[in-house]
Design a binder for this molecule. Structure first.
Ligand code: F6P
Length: 359
């Protein structure tokens, strides 16, 4: 095929390890398979709106496989603001379409999470050729078994739990480790299992603090003076779950609130135990991707290039079982994939004696 393809590529939303590996996968496979020019759009949709981009050369995709973050930069441009003309008086959708047309793009590859996919779908409905790649440490994108970034974050969070484990045991303390994930508990569930947590608290399964306290006491009776509690950033008690979403969010937005801090505070008050909270935060999103994520990101990136070659657009790449597939954007965009209460991993954890603070 002699036609030169012009490919725009952007990374949007929170970063995660594996973005550069995926960008590299798209670029390497595209250069291998067809004649192309790749335009890097800076800082996600902001760059597409403002026309901030640069023509990439092949060497810029070298040496980035192991690099954390994203060489293109990223930003959060909430979907709800996309179709609204705000104080800046900018028609954002119109501006994005204009940049796409000005650049004479044949397609736009968007690497991002749920918000990114919603905007990608919107642009696809507006007639642009769009391909999505699912990234996030939260693993909460519908239609794919795993997102890239997730496994690296599991490794990091597990290492945090492992390190806390030894100091918890030495001091006989209750340690509440806060794992990222505001809406979805996948990362807490997997790292909690990998790190041998005694209790896992996730947003999808509101807990009763009395049940958590029972575990701490039962362990103490069995001469286990310490307890490891993996608490998702968005974990909530049954009482919190009954609050109006807005009130809950206001409380959570306060500077001193943390889900793990709340659990530790209540256990101190109820049991008089030494309970501490640890919040590793963005450490979970930083640094080099794991081998698993390097492979998955490469697979996703190469599949995106194959789709460009075959002119298949309006889709998002996904992992289903051991196969790399693609889903129509309109079927998956913005549908959060949360942990079902009866998910096999939840059952497995329960069968290993891990408590979810219920029952
Ligand atoms: O979506 C990834 C994530 O790290 C969530 O787990 C977390 O709730 C959120 O991003 C944090 O966002 P920010 O980087 O904007 O603080």
């Amino acid at each position: 095929m002699s036609m030169k393809r012009r490919i725009g590529i952007l990374t949007s939303g929170g970063d995660c390890p594996g973005l550069n590996a995926a960008i590299r996968g798209v670029a390497r496979a595209s250069y291998e398979m067809f004649d192309c020019e790749i335009i890097g759009i800076h800082d996600g949709y902001r760059g597409l709106i403002e026309g901030d981009y640069s023509l990439m050369n092949r060497s810029q995709f070298s040496g980035i496989l192991t690099l954390g973050g994203t060489i293109l930069g990223t930003s959060r441009t909430p979907f709800r603001d996309m179709q609204v003309i705000g104080e800046d008086k900018v028609d954002k959708v119109g501006a994005m379409k204009k940049t796409y047309r000005d650049l004479k793009l044949d397609c736009l590859v968007t690497l991002g999470g749920n918000g990114t996919h919603k905007t990608a779908n919107l642009l696809s409905e507006e007639g642009l050729n769009v391909i999505g790649l699912p990234k996030t440490i939260d693993n909460d994108i519908y239609g794919t078994d795993f997102t890239f970034g997730f496994h690296t974050a599991i490794d990091i969070a597990t290492e945090v739990i492992d390190r806390i484990h030894t100091t918890a045991a030495s001091h006989g303390r209750v340690m509440c480790i806060e794992i990222m994930g505001n809406k979805a508990g996948w990362l807490t569930l997997y790292s909690g299992v990998a790190g041998g947590a005694d209790v896992i608290l996730i947003p999808e399964i509101p807990y009763k603090i009395e049940k958590v306290a029972d575990i701490v006491e039962a362990r103490a009776r069995n001469n286990k003076g310490f307890t490891i509690i993996a608490v998702a950033e968005g974990a909530m008690s049954k009482e919190d779950a009954k609050m109006k979403k807005k009130d809950r969010e206001t409380r959570r937005a306060s500077e001193h609130y943390s889900a793990s801090g709340e659990v530790a505070r209540q256990l101190r008050e109820m049991l008089g135990v030494e309970a501490r909270s640890v919040v590793p935060g963005h450490i979970q999103r930083g640094g080099t991707p794991s081998a698993y994520d390097r492979v998955l990101s490469s697979q996703f990136g190469v599949h995106a290039a194959e789709l460009i070659r075959d002119e298949i657009y309006g889709v998002s790449v996904a992992l289903r079982g051991n196969s790399i597939v693609h889903n129509p954007l309109k079927e998956i965009a913005g549908i959060p994939k949360l942990v079902p209460e009866d998910h096999q991993m939840v059952t497995i954890a329960k069968h290993m004696g891990i408590s979810f603070g219920i029952g």
